[in-house]
Write a protein that binds this ligand. Sequence first.
Ligand SMILES: Nc1ccn([C@@H]2O[C@H](COP(=O)(O)OP(=O)(O)OP(=O)(O)O)[C@@H](O)[C@H]2O)c(=O)n1
Length: 460
Amino acid sequence: MTEPLQTELLLAGIRSLLPFPWTWLPKEAYWVGGSLRDACLRQLGISKTGTGAGAFPEEAESVDLDLVLNIDAQGAEHPPVEWAAAVARQLGAGFVVLDTERQITRIVLPKLTVDIAQQVGATLESDLGQRDFTCNALALDLHRGYLLDPTGGLEDMRRGQIRMVHPDNLSADPVRLLRAYRQAAQLGFGLDPLTEEAIRERAHLLTQVAAERVRSEVVALLEAGILGLRHLQAATAAGLLGYWLPSLQAESEGFVQAQQVMQWVQQWHNYPRIQKELQQPLADRRSRFLAVVLAALLWDPSDASGFKAEAIQINLERLRFSRAEQRTVQKLHQLLPLFQTLLMGSPTPVQQWRLYQQAGSLLGGLALLAVATGCDWQKLEPWLTRYEDPGDPLAHPVPLLDGSDVLHSLGAKPGPWVGQLLDALQEAQVCGQIQTRSEALAFVQQWKKNLDTENNKLNR
Ligand SMILES: Nc1ccn([C@@H]2O[C@H](COP(=O)(O)OP(=O)(O)OP(=O)(O)O)[C@@H](O)[C@H]2O)c(=O)n1
């Protein structure tokens, strides 16, 4: 076997990462998976391009090490699960059994997880032969120090292509159909044409995959920035998302809109409040910005009446996006037509204040969606400047009275009318009709009097 990489460097790399002494390793132990692939890519001078190409800088990445052990072969009394449990105990690390039957476990340390699996099949080659793509089917023998590459993974890395190990492996775990596009996006690779053909032929199998696994691939594609969008579009064209996201077509305007959102947000450094709000998590580690990208992707400009809104919610639910994410996309879609109309005209102060009220902390996301769907930046910019200013009387008016002031001044009992009154009071304040607290108190008296008169008329 030709040995094109310096395996000593790979060994030095894994030595520095391994959280326990080398001597603890069983006699047959191999480094496999994505971290080995990435170490090889680094040696080949190929850098990953897709991860972190989204809008915001990533946190310091944590490392996932994958090890394959072949303990059975030695007839040892400690199977991999017990070996890994003992290591975790010694290290005081977290420990999870991921798959009892296949003997897959995980040791969890801060910024490092180590996945440990028993070799599948009689030889390591047979284990590698059951993996997804050639670039993920390499193994470094940790004791003998040689690299196994039975499927030509290094050559495919040099060519920058994702190539299946075998078409049957795609059918064996159909999430790999979508994983191909996600890994291509993250590695800056293309798809080998035969692999793409095999994916198309098996596209329907993705319906069998658990929603969470599909969602996590879709999310990773969206987080891989513009390259991720291109690959999501290719995956859509291959027919992978017909069941999961039927609202999305390969030729959807949504791909252009989502790209616009990603490009515009990069230029909004002058809006720290908006940036901060966009980065807030909505579910797990998924940010509000991701929901804005989803809203842009799924927004159909020919559907301003919101006819497809329900279908979009069903799509998001099917992919098990959280309620908060579903509500965010829905609210953005509801507010967008109104905002677009305001941006085309000369809205009154009250109209502006109402829009700020309705959008709340989604204003930045709504503005991104507006500019991505063709609204005039010159008209939009003042809305952002106002929003960033905490003292702005339209974006952040300070109420002259609160609910308890109102109840106290009237000596009345609470009811839904208090909210209506406060709203009317704020509107009068925004219009400039009321400027002082005593004017506000007089307004309250008059408003309640009018309400009581109305009620008396109705009761008569
Ligand atoms: N559906 C899958 C998932 C994983 N693997 C194999 O298991 C390894 C480790 O899996 P995982 O950590 O999920 O993938 P990585 O390649 O490390 O990349 P990522 O973490 O980005 O998914 C992969 O490299 C691949 O060899 C596979 O064949 N099929």
